[in-house]
Ligand binder design. Structure first.
Ligand code: FAD
Length: 483
């Protein structure tokens, strides 16, 4: 083990220097490290793609990239993969693909490691989050009686629901078991003229269950990427051309345009881009089938950015999207964007002065992506829900790393207002600015999660300050219940 200069996350909004850093290659090495550093704060890093403080740790940071084995199992109708926690999703997907299989869900990129993605409830569109699918994990933690590091297998009940999305708080996950399904193809087309409204976007959901859709800021109209499984399971002959079109025109050219407008012109031209140029330049109704993971992902890590994503139940989505429009208009300088009714609703939060000062401080410059996620059987993933599907609404900024004050103010106000008005939960692995006090209302199973975390880790060594604050919300509610 050697001291390390500094760890910096993808968004470059966080950087820290652990006192100790190690890259174990086996479960035995993980156990030895836990025994060696007993009593110190220990956390695992994945690929450092979280913008939140999820991976931060000042004492012992472990990196499990050398634990990346992939073993497929087939028993009757049961098909699953046992995968080392540090395996990057792209390596896993490629190996599964090579053998004719794939994961039930994948996010927009495949750069994360599998344990890191599951730890924060990473999701795509139209399915559950990855966490939901975890069938069992092997977890290195301390034995309560002997204090020695041990491996536990967690495969049932509330402990499984907790460990599926545990933000690193239960211990070191060394491997996971996930179901796999035969590789399939997805048929996709982009539509704007037939969509335009949220109602139209939602109405298409039955026909295109894997769709994701976008709100164009400043035009305030919707466009959709309509997606469905292709029953013929055949790649279109133009699939390669379509991939090239995506790479050149959307992943590269469009993003360079955003970068230019935000970083060089500092906002000038953004409204024109959304109102007049973007809706006319996207090729609509080009129907193409391609391998599922290729359709579902994009080259989204090509340019550095920062993101907040908030999650609401379907019944709250229409109200929230109306609020989002008014809120962003306010940021863009429309002083009367918040109606008197809305101001009355917001008054009890004591936030009106901050909202008034926000006026003119932030011009949103990226399409707002909306994805439906099925309810997760977890305790605290953002999509944990007993009933309705959840919608994730994402806000991305390409401002320079030293010019993000407007975005951060926006994210902070957005999280607080939408949590209060619509019970919106921010992504654990993206910018997550909510004060812990409010988390109890948003996560009804936070108490249960905390009890399990205390059982596995009574001394709290697997928590950093951020997670300690998050879990303190559960303590506060237990105290209230007792009194
Ligand atoms: C460009 C980009 C695109 C993204 N797209 C999406 C998307 O489409 N959908 C979505 O939901 N999210 C998305 N994210 C967010 C991302 O999926 C999450 O932040 C994810 O947690 C990052 O995984 P990581 O491997 O980088 O983990 P890290 O960021 O390094 O760590 C995340 C958490 O995982 C824990 N962890 C990692 N390994 C272990 C282990 N072995 N045992 C215990 N705990 C562990 C860490 O302690 C930490 O708490 C995106 C992020 C970026 C930068």
């Amino acid at each position: 083990m050697s001291p390390l200069p500094r760890l910096t996350n993808f968004g470059r909004n966080l950087s820290w220097q652990p006192k100790y850093f190690a890259q174990p290659s086996s479960e035995q090495e993980v156990l030895d490290l836990l025994n060696q550093y007993r009593g110190r704060q220990i956390r695992v890093i994945g690929r450092l793609h979280a913008w939140s403080e999820a991976a931060k740790c000042d004492e012992v940071s472990l990196d499990l990239r050398n634990m990346s084995s992939i073993v497929l199992h087939h028993e009757g109708d049961d098909h699953w993969v046992e995968v080392g926690a540090g395996c990057q999703i792209k390596d896993l997907i490629r190996e599964l693909d090579r053998q004719g299989w794939t994961l039930p869900s994948v996010g927009l990129i495949m750069d994360q490691c599998i344990a890191g993605a599951c730890a924060t409830g990473t999701h795509g569109s139209g399915r559950h989050s990855l966490s939901h699918y975890v069938q069992s994990v092997r977890l290195a933690t301390y034995d309560a009686e002997t204090g020695q590091a041990v491996i536990r297998t967690i495969d049932t009940g509330n402990e499984l629901r907790a460990v599926r999305c545990a933000i690193g708080c239960l211990g070191v996950i060394t491997s996971l078991r996930l179901p796999i399904r035969p590789q399939y193809t997805i048929r996709e087309r982009i539509r704007y003229r037939q969509i335009r409204t949220l109602e139209a976007a939602l109405a298409a959901e039955e026909e295109f269950p894997l769709q994701q859709f976008y709100l164009y800021p400043w035009l305030w109209e919707y466009a959709a990427q309509h997606r469905e499984e292709d029953p013929d399971n055949k790649r279109s002959s133009v699939a390669r051309l379509y991939r090239l079109y995506w790479l050149l025109s959307l992943d590269l050219f469009l993003h360079l345009e955003f970068l230019f407008l935000v970083r060089i012109c500092r906002g000038w031209g953004i409204r024109t881009l959304f109102r007049s140029i973007l809706p006319r330049t996207v090729i609509e109704n080009w129907v193409v089938s391609d391998t599922a993971y290729k359709q579902l992902t994009m080259q989204h890590s090509l340019f550095r950015h920062i993101e907040i994503e908030i999650f609401v139940k379907r019944s709250q989505l229409p109200g929230m999207m109306k609020f989002v429009e008014r809120f962003l208009r306010l940021g863009g300088g429309e002083r009367d964007a918040l109606s008197p009714d809305l101001r009355t609703q917001l008054e009890p939060l004591g936030i009106l002065d901050e909202l008034d000062s926000f006026c003119g401080q932030y011009q949103h410059h990226y399409p707002i992506c909306i994805r439906k996620i099925l309810p997760d059987d977890t305790l605290i993933s953002m999509c944990s829900s007993d009933d309705e599907a959840i919608y994730a609404v994402s806000f991305i900024s390409y401002a320079r790393t030293n010019d993000r004050a407007g975005f951060l103010t926006m994210a902070n106000l957005l999280a607080r207002t939408t949590a209060a008005l619509f019970n919106a939960r921010p992504h654990w692995g993206k910018v997550s600015p909510l004060p812990p006090a409010i988390l109890n209302d948003l996560y009804p199973h936070l108490d249960q999660f905390k009890q399990i975390a205390d059982k596995f880790d009574p001394k709290g060594v697997f928590r950093n300050d951020w997670m300690r604050a998050v879990l303190s919300a559960a303590d506060a509610s237990s105290t209230l219940e007792k009194s």
